[in-house]
Design a protein around this ligand. Structure first.
Ligand code: NDP
Length: 279
């Protein structure tokens, strides 16, 4: 019997990663024979671990915290969207033996917002909280949807201002600190901070969410995140977490590797059922 094609996700911490389950469901659905594992890899061991993985016949890797920038630097060639975000979450072995780096986080978010949840970004007033790696990956795809304007607010305001300058050629974008948000209102607030992971919440003015506004937390868990709860308490018309984005970015990575696009809806439903069961 031929050996299974091998894929993996590298990161730290990685124990609770849902990626192996997601790719197993994709493989079953599309009748692909492959193996996908999760491997704890710290920054200091990244280069060696990636080189070993591909040398031993691996076909593709996902990279997550804190390795995305290292993966961008490692790849022999990179896509435009990876360069815009200076981060890579998908490495793919090419026919000539070189390694391509791509970033599927941004299109994963857009697919979850627009396709799965029927949310249009056109002419919307959008706020992104945070200015880290995930924020960097979603700015360009959001600006492509022609919002009215995009504001980035971060705990360290200068990081948000620097990012806004970097992307200002692509649309109406401004960076600031949380205190500068007083008096502003938004149709869509996206939490791209890691605050939810510590059950924390960026300090936001009470009336910042417009009527029928939407909240979206990139973070996810078995229970609603702090930010998702914050949105529900303020009557958001939708208050969503990042599970759908996780599945969508994985589907795009699967497509890069296998050239076949799995259906995401049944996988999201399976994961949602599993987390309801876990409560
Ligand atoms: P980074 O470490 O690169 O950035 C973290 C950001 O959060 C920084 O802007 C930081 O501000 C801010 N921050 C951290 N703690 C707090 C706090 N207590 N209050 C306010 N701001 C805070 O992380 P990433 O950008 O890679 O990830 C951000 C989130 O997105 C994570 O929860 C991650 O799990 C999620 N994510 C989800 C994905 C999905 O598929 N659903 C994909 C990618 C990421 P400062 O600059 O001041 O330090």
């Amino acid at each position: 019997m031929a050996a299974k094609d091998r894929y993996a996700v590298f990161g730290s911490p990685i124990k609770h990663s849902k990626s192996p389950r997601i790719h197993q469901l994709f493989a079953e659905q599309t009748q692909q024979t492959l193996e996908y594992t999760a491997q704890e890899v710290i920054e200091e061991r990244f280069k060696m671990s990636v080189a070993t993985f591909f040398k031993e016949g691996g076909k593709g890797l996902n990279c997550t915290l804190p390795l995305k920038e290292l993966a961008w630097a490692y790849a022999d060639s990179t896509t435009e969207r990876a360069d815009a975000s200076r981060a890579v979450n998908t490495l793919a072995l090419q026919r000539d033996g070189s390694i391509l780096g791509d970033n599927t986080d941004g299109c994963g978010l857009i697919a979850d917002l627009m396709v799965n949840n029927d949310i249009s970004l056109k002419k919307k007033r959008i706020l992104i909280l945070g200015a880290g790696g995930a924020c960097r990956g979603i700015i360009a795809p959001i600006l492509e949807q022609s919002p009215q304007h995009l504001i980035l607010a971060n705990r360290t305001p200068q990081k948000a201002r620097d990012l806004a300058v970097e992307f200002c050629i692509s649309g109406d974008i401004e960076g600031c600190g949380f205190a500068d948000l007083i008096g502003k209102r938004f149709d869509l607030i996206i939490n791209a901070t890691s605050a939810s992971l510590a059950d924390d919440m960026p300090p936001l003015p009470e009336d910042i969410l417009a009527e029928a506004g939407i909240c979206y937390d990139l973070a996810y868990g078995n229970r609603p995140t702090t930010f998702v709860r914050w949105g529900i308490e303020r009557n958001a018309s939708k208050s969503l977490d990042g599970l759908g984005m996780l599945v969508e970015q994985a589907a795009e990575a699967f497509y890069i590797w296998r050239k076949i696009k799995p259906e995401t809806k049944p996988v999201i439903e399976t994961l949602n059922a599993a987390r309801r069961f876990a409560l």
